[in-house]
Design a protein around this ligand. Structure first.
Ligand SMILES: [Zn+2]
Length: 544
């Protein structure tokens, strides 16, 4: 080619390179998902927080105050999937942590994969893959855009918290094996652990953490945003009488009462040290994979899960939850300082959100809240239908969804009418909503919309049992709380962007969590994930 022809081509190449990989892209995207973080925690515990963790995010970040999930069920795997696919279960396929699979005739787990093998330990906890996810993720699109030159890594204590964010093309997804204390992966991603993961496992940090007691970070009398420590609606650890500080983890983990596949290492997840371990693993990944060290944008998806275990066990009014958020504040501060020293915060785009929030403990506000006895509901429903139809048409009841055996052996309208007749008056049941006919969804339209966005026809049940606001599973009658509903206490989560070219602002418009992925795609000039239905959130960057 003659020089006069090469020159324009050369400049065109430069232009394309600058757009794709030039100064106008961050070197690293860090997605932080806090498991079970309610929006109010940003403010409730602020009086005792540092200036360099959550308060720094609020001071310098682009803060979305009315961020919600747009679907039900608000659970961990759907949440992580939504953040990174930019859509809900209807299109990303992750309709629960577990759901009933008609083809397999059993309840399946979102990440289970019998064809995959554990890498990094002898347990079965690595037999996982993203194969049930039906959309690409933000990480996949980054890999495609850079011809796989980006490094994309997912890290979480929970396998689903590591796998669903990065999806199919990631360089690695690593999660904690509660049976032995190692970080592991699946041979879906890699044939062997990288050196840096082996070295990390060799440090045996879980043993060091479990040798320490869990005491309150501050003197107990400083915890006046939550109830006094000893509460009947909190669940004690194994081998302890009361749910009160200090927790002697050495003693708690020394009991020989663990079930099959469990070990003392599992308890680590239900202490703040689970988050400390996750932080150290994230730092090891940044170091080991050299994340953010060249001009091609990398992605680290890190999920802090101990907040969820502690939320379930003790609830939002507990000293325990306040303590873990005060400690998480320091963990985040540490992570921001680390990123600043290694890469420079102006080169790192950070977003923080949660996979779902959580209900207030019904025991503290009953009525109007209460405990729904799902087991009794199902048993009574089956008996009622057998009486009416001489056979049991129910195949499964999970995630508040009733699955009928197909093909239906009884008249569909009559069956629905009998389910309604049975459910009317059952404590906690608001109504029955057919999942194949939203014209018959008789409740607040925004709730109908959330249910609809959670349905994938091949995977979902036939009828949804809507509970009254504030009602949760009766398992928690002993203490603690849960999540999963279409109501604001479960859908309302923090969404904050920080670092790189992020403009400080307080956004009080309604924003959906599925808008996070397209917003990041817009910043990086990426194609949206294949199922993406979210929209770009305006005003996050200085450049508009
Ligand atoms: Zn949970």
């Amino acid at each position: 080619m003659r020089f006069s022809k090469i020159l324009p081509a050369f400049f065109a190449f430069l232009l394309v390179s600058a757009l794709a990989y030039g100064q106008k892209a961050p070197k690293l995207v860090v997605g932080i998902v806090i498991d079970q973080m309610r929006y109010d925690y940003l403010y409730r515990f602020q009086g005792d927080m540092s200036e360099t963790g959550f308060k720094r995010l609020l001071r310098e970040g682009n803060v979305i105050h009315d961020g919600h999930y747009a679907y039900v069920p608000t659970l961990t795997a759907p949440g992580h999937s939504c953040v990174y696919t930019g859509t809900g279960p209807a299109l990303n396929g992750i309709i629960g942590n577990n759901w009933y699979s008609r083809p397999e005739n059993r309840v399946v787990y979102c990440a289970e994969d019998s064809t995959a093998n554990t890498v990094g330990s002898g347990s079965v906890n690595g037999k996982m893959s993203p194969r049930r996810l039906t959309s690409t993720t933000l990480a996949d699109q980054l890999e495609l855009a850079t011809n796989r030159r980006s490094k994309t890594i997912g890290i979480s204590l929970k396998d689903r918290g590591a796998i669903m964010p990065v999806g199919y093309l990631a360089d690695g997804a690593y999660w904690y094996d509660g049976s032995n204390g190692y970080f592991i992966t699946s041979d879906y991603y890699r044939k062997s652990l990288p050196d840096w993961v082996n070295k990390f496992n060799d440090r045996k940090l879980p043993d060091q953490f479990l040798d320490q007691p869990w005491t309150t970070l501050l003197p107990l009398d400083r915890y006046d945003e939550t109830l006094p420590d000893d509460q009947p609606k909190e669940r004690p650890f194994l081998n302890t009488e009361k749910p009160v500080f200090p927790y002697d983890l050495k003693r708690i983990t020394s009991v020989q009462r663990f079930g099959v596949g469990e070990s003392r290492y599992g308890i680590l997840m239900s202490s703040p040290y689970g988050n400390s371990l996750t932080l150290e693993m994230a730092k090891a990944a940044i170091e080991g994979e050299q994340l953010g060290q060249d001009s091609i944008t990398d992605l680290l998806a890190v999920s802090f899960s101990s907040t969820d275990y502690i939320g379930h066990q003790f609830g939002p009014q507990s000293v325990e939850i306040q303590d873990i958020y005060l400690r998480l504040d320091l963990t985040l501060s540490n992570l921001f300082q680390y990123l600043d020293s290694k890469i420079g915060l102006n080169n790192v785009l950070i977003f923080l959100t949660a996979d779902h929030a959580a209900a207030d403990v019904p025991g503290y506000i009953s009525p109007p809240a209460g405990y729904f006895k799902a087991g009794d509901f199902e048993e009574g429903l089956r008996q009622h239908l057998v009486k009416k139809f001489k056979k049991d048409p129910v195949e499964s009841f999970i995630n508040e969804q009733i699955y009928f055996s197909k093909p239906l052996s009884v008249d569909k309208d009559k069956l629905e009418a009998e389910v309604r007749a049975y459910a009317a008056g059952f404590p906690g049941v608001y109504g029955i909503i057919p999942l194949d006919d939203f014209g018959k969804c008789i409740t607040d339209p925004s709730v109908c919309e959330k249910i609809r966005k959670g349905v994938m026809p091949d995977r979902s049940g036939d009828l949804y049992v809507q509970l009254y606001p504030g009602w949760i599973a009766s398992y928690y009658e002993k203490g603690g709380t849960t999540h999963g509903s279409p109501y604001a206490y479960d859908t309302h989560v923090p969404i904050i962007f920080f670092g790189w070219e992020v403009r400080h602002a307080d956004n009080r418009q309604r924003v959906w969590v599925e808008d996070i992925a397209p917003t990041v795609c817009d910043m990086l000039h990426l194609t949206r994930p294949s199922g993406c239905t979210g929209a770009v959130i305006p005003g996050v960057l200085f450049r508009g």
